[in-house]
Ligand binder design. Structure first.
Ligand SMILES: Nc1nc2c(ncn2[C@@H]2O[C@H](COP(=O)(O)OP(=O)(O)O)[C@@H](O)[C@H]2O)c(=O)[nH]1
Ligand SMILES: [Mg+2]
Length: 435
């Protein structure tokens, strides 16, 4: 993602010895380049960078901030302003209709949304109103079944409007009904007519446009056309993971003045998050996203039926690390989790530790099987002679044992810091920056 360069700009600020006009100009240029590379509309880039420059050169440094923090705060605030608001869909009885071109990710997103609301405790059902693509019915049905979500569809029917009508009768008892519709390669009249008819029958609370981030600045034209045709309440940006052009879709949302509701960050149903602009921007700048992190922990804890309090305790021993490794795995690559922490919390972790493969998990388990109860409960006592013994006993090498111990210590640290955050003990610096 080209927006990675924004983190570099922030790093440049934090590393600089002095803050002067030259630095501000250099940073503004870096930010401009990063935004343009990410396909943000040139006019928006200019607005954002002009505002940063003007404020950075004229505003007085707030009391309690140093000049570097002052600039970072301005960059943060102006990017946030540039992104606009997010759309939060309240957890109550509602209907959502998804629209978008073929391949934009509607069907996948229908399942993602359904799981999202189901996990929040709503009785959720999905409806396949795509009679255009023959495989659409099976695709959504399968996804719904995988996650225990109610599904309605009529495989042989060609009448999408009728299907929706029937679905709503059948699904009266559900809180959240999500309707997946057909797309086309382009927004043609036939598609518009069908969307309008479905919307009339369904009377959705939210018509959400699914936009593929990979199309970059083309998103703006597409979003405008859909908005003019049926009126959009919110945008879901998909495939944010695989593109350097995600700025185009962000820009499009701002241009037509429609808030972003969610972002898709991968093919899996779990790769989905509510769009929280403040968290999003602070993550872009490498400052982490505490809220997203805590939501993630809570979600995994729920799946695992773990007590989040316990899960976050920094006092865990090797004995329960195996279960925790598995739970952490479900939150996604550890690297991604670290991105949610402000500046990675200054924890230095080599890539080797970040990479937790199935194979490695198995190896760790074997190693732990060769440890004594005492060692598992109090890993501190594992010295080099114990390491040798454990390695021989488990048929591994001392390096392997050391790696497990390193992993354990890193995780222990992360848990400790996360626990502190949960209690609202953000480092003072971040508080000052308005987080
Ligand atoms: N990498 C990635 N792929 C996605 C995402 N959302 C959807 N896809 C993929 O995009 C393709 C089209 O998705 P689909 O839901 O069938 O699109 P539809 O035609 O609009 O219903 C599929 O291969 C999905 O796996 C996402 O957020 N990230
Ligand atoms: Mg589809």
């Amino acid at each position: 993602m080209a927006l990675e360069a924004l983190k570099e700009a922030v790093r440049k600020i934090t590393r600089s010895a002095t803050v002067d006009k030259a630095l501000v100009e250099e940073i503004v240029k870096d930010i401009q380049r990063a935004l343009i590379k990410a396909d943000v509309n040139v006019r928006h880039v200019k607005e954002i960078s002009d505002a940063i420059k003007k404020r950075a050169l004229s505003e007085e440094v707030l009391e309690g901030l140093n000049p570097r923090e002052h600039i970072i705060k301005i960059v943060y605030e102006e990017l946030l302003k540039g992104i606009g608001e997010g759309l939060e869909i309240p957890l109550k009885k509602s209907k959502i209709m998804l629209v978008g071109l073929q391949g934009s990710g509607k069907t996948t997103t229908t399942a993602k949304l359904a799981k999202y609301f189901k996990d929040k405790g709503l009785r959720t059902a999905v409806v396949c109103a795509d009679t255009w693509r023959p495989a659409a019915y099976d695709q959504l049905k399968q996804l719904a079944e995988n996650y225990g979500i109610a599904f309605y569809g009529e495989r042989e029917s060609k009448d999408a409007v009728k299907i929706v009508e029937n679905a709503l009768k059948k699904l009266k008892d559900y809180d959240m009904i999500i309707i997946d519709t057909a797309g086309r390669h382009a927004l043609e009249k036939e598609l518009i007519d069908e969307m309008i008819e479905i919307a009339k029958v369904a009377n959705p609370d939210y018509k959400l446009l699914v936009l593929d981030a990979a199309i970059g600045q083309l998103a703006s034209k597409q979003a405008k056309a859909f908005h003019e045709a049926i009126g959009i309440d919110g945008i879901i940006i998909t495939k944010f993971d695989g593109t350097a052009k995600g700025g185009g879709a962000l820009s499009a949302a701002r241009e037509i003045g429609i808030p972003i509701a969610f972002i898709g960050t991968g093919e899996k149903v779990e790769d989905f998050e509510r769009f929280d602009p403040a968290g999003f921007v602070s993550r872009l700048l490498g400052m982490g996203d505490i809220k997203a992190l805590i939501e993630k922990v809570e979600r995994v804890a729920k799946q695992e039926e773990l007590d989040p309090e316990k899960f976050l305790k920094g006092t865990f021993t090797l004995k329960d690390i195996y279960k925790q490794i598995e739970a952490m795995q479900k939150m996604g690559p550890i690297k991604k989790i670290f991105e949610l922490l402000p500046f990675g919390f200054g924890l230095k972790v080599d890539d080797n530790i970040m990479e937790m493969t199935q194979e490695k998990m198995k190896k760790f388990k074997v190693i732990m099987d060769s440890m004594t109860e005492e060692e598992l409960l109090n890993p501190k006592i594992i010295d080099s002679s114990r390491i040798r013994r454990i390695a021989i006993g488990s048929g591994t090498t001392p390096q392997d044992v050391k790696e497990l111990l390193r992993y354990y210590r890193t995780m222990k640290n992360v848990m400790k810091k996360m626990k502190k955050l949960e209690k609202g003990k953000l480092p003072l610096k971040f508080k000052k920056l308005g987080f």
